[in-house]
Design a protein around this ligand. Structure first.
Ligand code: UDP
Length: 346
């Protein structure tokens, strides 16, 4: 039994969600038994099965409280559990929805994050890892995006994430908070254990949709535009395995805790882009199935090319991605065939 002084407890918001649950798994897998995680999630998007499956592996090292990040009781939770750092995944994250429901995104992503920061201040917790997005860059002028590229988000989702980044900067400048912001490119894949994976109630992402088509749960993939200025005319994205993302959070926590006063943003990608067409072709090989496609018009707000330079994360955090696109597709295909939650095709 760990003594009070040896015990490290971190709070993870949105730990029942896709990226959050993979972080919980990797953290508890890699860290000694003295480390535990308190997850708060209101389950509006997250899957309780993800927590149940992880509980089987980690028992009492994983504590779950169903509540919102802005709830009044969060300060007490932070104090009672002796939380030393917060990793904040919980957010509304559907670009198309954000365009038509801006108030929802302001409330959930900005307002609730502010309340969480307020609770942290009240409880004296000063370390924060924030999930941000490549969407803060909008349509960049460069093919390989560095962290200091102009921030000009083209959708409400990206704008709300950038607003929180601004709040963190402000608090950091005033000496009130250490933070690391992680700007994700295209998260995909699943943990090889098959226990957790991508399970959105409303699926909009390319790879899970392709694999649902391969699995016969959808008729065809709609390709949104093949007239972009790219070699095959389809959009290029930087797909990064969710476990690589999760590991970057662990490295970010260590970096920040060793350097009080940290205020840094890092891109998380592989530095390599694949077109929609290339992802479809490789998916046919990995699954051995036909993947019918319908060529459709462009989707509003889709930049032609988004590829990260992740040199900064590699140099400062000592992190690098280990999975390639084929591994991403193999693990996502295993999950699609044996998935434990969110079975409906949408
Ligand atoms: N995409 C597509 N059909 C779909 C879903 C996505 O052609 O059903 C394309 C989309 O236009 C983008 C790429 O796949 O160019 C990745 O989209 P996703 O929604 O997975 O991530 P995003 O880059 O928008 O965050």
């Amino acid at each position: 039994m760990a003594t009070q002084s040896e015990q490290v407890t971190i709070l993870v918001t949105g730990g029942a969600g896709y990226i959050g649950s993979h972080f919980v798994n990797r953290y508890l897998q890699k860290k000694p038994f003295t480390h535990r995680i308190l997850v708060i999630d209101n389950l509006s998007e997250g899957n309780p099965e993800a927590i149940e499956n992880l509980k089987v592996l980690y028992g009492e090292r994983l504590i779950f409280q169903r509540c919102g990040i802005g709830d009044a009781g969060v300060t007490t939770l932070l104090s009672d559990y002796g939380v030393s750092a917060v990793v904040h995944f919980a957010a509304s994250a559907l670009v198309a929805q954000s365009q038509v429901e801006p108030m929802l995104y302001l409330r959930n992503n900005v307002g609730e994050s502010l309340k969480l920061l307020d609770s942290m201040q009240a409880a004296g917790v000063k370390n924060f890892v924030f999930s941000s997005t490549a969407a803060v860059y909008g349509t960049p002028n460069t093919d390989l995006i560095l962290e200091d590229e102009r921030k000009s988000p083209v959708n409400v989702y990206g704008r709300t994430k950038l607003m929180v980044e601004g709040m963190l900067d402000l608090l950091n400048e005033r000496g009130a908070l250490s933070y690391v912001t992680l700007r994700y490119f295209n998260a995909a894949g699943a943990d090889p254990s098959g226990l957790i994976g991508e399970g959105h109630h409303e699926e909009t992402h390319l790879i899970p949709i392709i694999l649902q088509v391969a699995n016969g749960r959808r008729k065809a993939l709609k390709i949104y535009g093949n007239d972009y200025d790219t070699p095959d005319g389809t959009c290029i994205r930087d797909y990064i395995h969710v476990n690589d993302l999760a590991d970057a959070h662990i490295a970010a926590l260590e970096y920040m805790c060793q350097r009080p006063g940290t205020g840094e943003a890092f891109n998380l990608g592989t530095g390599h882009g694949d077109s929609v067409q290339a992802v479809v072709s490789l998916s046919c090989q990995v699954t051995g199935r036909e993947i019918p496609v319908d060529l459709c018009g462009r989707r509003e707000g889709d930049p032609p090319v988004l590829v990260a330079s992740s040199d900064k994360a590699q140099q400062l955090l000592g992190w690098k991605p280990h999975y390639g696109l084929e591994d991403i597709l193999k693990t996502a295909w295993q999950w699609e065939q044996n998935r434990k939650f969110c079975l409906q095709a949408t």
